[in-house]
Design a protein. Structure first.
Length: 444
């Protein structure tokens, strides 16, 4: 009898209420378990169970004062999941909805994603309950300084290298890095996602969105299809969504939606480069809402809406976890979609994935499809260690090569049949490299 179910039950008992963690672990475990069980020594040494249990979870209080002088209290986290392949690596998320389960799931996913890139990177994730939206620059700076007063004990260029994620962009990374230096830190490579003026690498903000589109293109080619003229729906209006939209337009696809927490914007006529530039200004320079673009760009604003009911060929959920549920998946299939490429981490619920599988849609999981961000972060670490700046051409070429290699590893490990089972391919490829490394390093 398979040991999978007893393992999943034990995990549920040990971490009750960690729903996102159970969802992520169960998806990976179901794909890799037959490979895992085929090596008795891995089972004996409980390699998979050891990968699920983080090396350490740091959780701390963050006190700071707002512009009115009132004391605010937030919770900070860092989950250092595994450094079997290299320094812990993974983003920081500032969002009021985060909790330990979300960081545990993100860190677990990050370990497999980083393994899949082929780079020498372990996996981690962290952040805080702080919500930067609506906060002044001074408030964000004071929060970042207070957060770093604790996190600095756990990071360095060779130990743990955080980056941005939701709510953490160049401004936040700048404040965090400044605070780290103020406390005596001196490794330029301690953060990635830095502005280019002090050690950042060109294209890092674009890397995840661009890499997503490269991966999508390789997957379409694998299935004798092309990207040109495909109708695409995107959710989100952050870095991942906006740079994916930019690359899709550049490569001849048609973008028909974007969204944010306020609702969705549907572009009946494909989004133009000019309208995308205006939306980028509103969202990323003015830090405004997508709703403010209504009337200024050619699109229909749907307050509180999601984009998935509009007829399209390809969906790219690029906002957040579990944003696309079973009903949304049914709407997508009814609208003619044949491909779902995850830009965000785990944006599709388990119910949605089941519907996509039943419909034989091509499903590209975030672990593989959004690996471009961490791949370019790996290049930033190499650049910082070399103390030599990389050009954007070099980064762009290398990003494309890494996404091609990630795609090849997925196809090679997916088993027989079309459409390619990218979930199995990504999980098995990531696991095989990790299992070998964990086994070789002994029982720790
Ligand atoms: P941003 O914070 O820049 O953007 C997130 C966007 O999604 C915002 O427009 C936000 O709206 C919107 N959003 C958030 N929650 C919801 C929701 N429930 N419904 C609708 N829209 C929502 O984040 P990123 O673009 O950097 O990241 C997006 C996702 O991609 C995350 O899951 C992240 O973990 C993942 N990812 C990011 C990488 C990166 O390099 N940036 C790398 C790999 C994965 P609003 O503006 O209103 O807040």
């Amino acid at each position: 009898m398979s040991s999978l179910h007893p393992f999943l039950e034990r995990l549920e008992r040990r971490y009750p209420g960690f729903d996102e963690l159970h969802q992520a672990v169960s998806e990976v475990a179901r794909s890799v378990w037959s490979v895992y069980e085929s090596e008795p020594r891995w089972l004996r040494e409980r390699i998979f169970e050891r990968l699920v249990e983080p090396d350490r979870v740091v959780s701390f209080r963050v006190c700071w004062t707002d512009d009115q002088g009132a004391l605010q209290i937030d919770r900070g986290f860092r989950v250092q999941q595994s450094n079997a392949l290299g320094p812990y690596k993974g983003g920081l998320r500032f969002h009021p909805g985060v909790n330990e389960s979300i960081f545990r799931f993100l860190a677990f996913e990050q370990v497999f994603k980083n393994s899949l890139t082929g780079l020498p990177l372990g996996g981690a994730k962290g952040g805080a309950t702080f919500d930067p939206r609506g906060r002044s620059d001074m408030e964000v700076m004071r929060f970042c300084q207070a957060f770093m007063s604790e996190l600095r004990r756990f990071v360095s260029a060779d130990l743990d290298v955080p980056a941005g994620d939701q709510g953490v962009g160049g401004r936040e990374i700048g404040f965090l890095y400044g605070a780290y230096r103020r406390y005596g830190g001196h490794d330029a490579g301690v953060f990635t996602g830095k502005p280019v003026s002090f050690g950042g690498i060109p294209l890092r903000p674009a890397a995840t969105g661009y890499g997503l589109v490269h991966f999508l293109r390789y997957a379409l080619w694998e299935h004798d299809a092309a990207l040109e003229n495909q109708r695409c729906l995107i959710s989100g209006a952050g870095d991942v969504a906006l740079f994916a939209a930019e690359k899709l337009i550049e490569l001849g696809a048609h973008v028909h939606s974007l969204s944010d927490t306020g609702g969705a914007m549907i572009f009946e006529e494909p989004l133009t480069k000019e309208d995308l530039a205006l939306i980028r200004d509103v969202k990323q320079v003015e830090r405004g809402a997508l709703a403010e673009c209504a009337g200024q760009v050619k699109g229909t604003w749907s307050p509180g809406g999601k984009p998935w009911a509009f007829p399209a060929d390809i969906a790219l959920p690029c906002a957040t976890q579990n944003e696309l549920d079973a009903e949304d998946a049914k709407a997508l299939m009814a609208g003619g979609a044949k491909v779902v490429a995850e830009g965000a981490n785990m944006p599709c619920t388990a119910g949605a994935v089941a519907i996509l599988r039943d419909a034989k849609a091509l499903f590209l999981p975030g672990k593989a499809a959004n690996a471009g961000g961490v791949a370019v972060s790996g290049m930033e670490m190499a650049q910082n260690a070399q103390r030599l700046p990389w050009t954007s051409e070099r980064v762009g070429t290398h990003l494309q090569e890494i996404m091609r290699d990630v795609h090849t590893r997925c196809v090679r490990n997916a088993g027989e049949g079309k459409p390619v089972d990218y979930v199995r391919g990504a999980n098995v490829a990531g696991f095989l490299r990790l299992a070998e490394a964990v086994e070789a390093q002994g029982i720790l």
